[in-house]
Design a binder for this molecule. Sequence first.
Ligand SMILES: [Zn+2]
Length: 464
Amino acid sequence: MKTAVIYARYSSDNQSEQSIEGQLHVCEDYAKNNDIILLDTYIDRAMTGTNDNRPAFQQMLKDSKKREWDYVLVYKFDRFSRNKYETAIHKKTLRDNGVKLMSATEYLPDTPERIIIESMFEGYAEYYSAELSQKVRRGMKETRLKGNFTGGNVLYGYKVENHKVIIDDTKAEVVRYIYSQYASGVYVKDIIDSLTAKGILNKGKPFARNTIYNILKNEKYSGIYRHKGEVFDNMYPAIIDDKTFDKVRKLTNKNKYGKRSTEVSYLLSTRTVCGYCGSRITGETGTSKLGDVKRYYKCFGRKRKNGCTKTMVRKDTLEKLVADSIIQELNSPNTIDSIVKALLKMQESNNKNNPLLSLLIKERNQTETVINNIMDAIEKGVVTNTTAKRLKENEQKLENLERKIIIEKSKTSVQLTEKEIRQFYEKALHMEEKMLIHYLVKQIVLYDDKIEIKFYHPLTTSSD
Ligand SMILES: [Zn+2]
């Protein structure tokens, strides 16, 4: 017999929604008809789809770690989460805990197509979930740098003494004030006013809105310093505690910058070049006199005054244009035909051999051996200071490898029919625009009056 818990959510913002009692009733019926034993019920009443404030949902995720049940049963999948990326992340959490998500009203068979969509989502979630990567990286506690200040501007709230960054107590107080005010819901404008009223200025002038936002978004205040993909926690002493920082991060993401951090949100900048001078096109943020933030893509050559006269393009405009072109492109019968053909061919050769998969499996076996050796040593009483650390590192590595192996396997072991591939691409059209850009666009050449979009070969993109 399988066991399950029910998760139900009722949002007050949708009048036509099934009541909690209705959702429970349907789920209970489903369980009865499918020989599933219900062990518990988690209910969030009058909650919106965002996760931050769904206590029962969070509790359910937490409890899934105990591995006491096999399924989370929901009335509809959208009860679980409204957002695809969040769904992917939470489903992964559940899966890691051996728990599956099940809907009482929607049938989602284990088709190859679904597996591919899910692994794409997973890849996407992995790529973009700042929250997730932050947690993983924080756990790593990199200490390769000695924690010496590497030069440049000193961040507000700090000063440098003997090559070390230390806290400037007076300014750090201001930073803490800004964070605590913002965390408790005070508007940035009002924070500036109250600072100014207290005579607290920045370089002799009232704080600019942008400066405040930059302070609110800077991870260094929480003690984290990133450099070339590595994370160091021994460079900047934390001024803001993790809890406050995470709260503020969520608020700034929600209020001002959409779902993702600014760094990621210039999605096109890594793949766009100027059609006139060949320079990169980079994201540029400006603040108008009224304090509105405006975002553009700008030719980097022109920025460096190389004589190029390419005009700036509004970020929204360009991204919309690219997304529309992708959709149009995917809709044309010729494209779909060639995609299908390419996919079938690729599938064939992938199934013959997947070097990445064999590499991963080899690495996993080696890691397992290392772990076994450590365990042996522990059993024999040979324990040094580094034993536990090494064990943990290798266990983490193993977990990562297992995950990658599953994704690789799902990519290769499935045989899609031509029809399934067609359906998959039709679904791709309904995916979020940014996801389409991420997976499908290789390069964009930008002119003032035209734009050239070069597409990736289908599916190879999901692994880049
Ligand atoms: Zn240019």
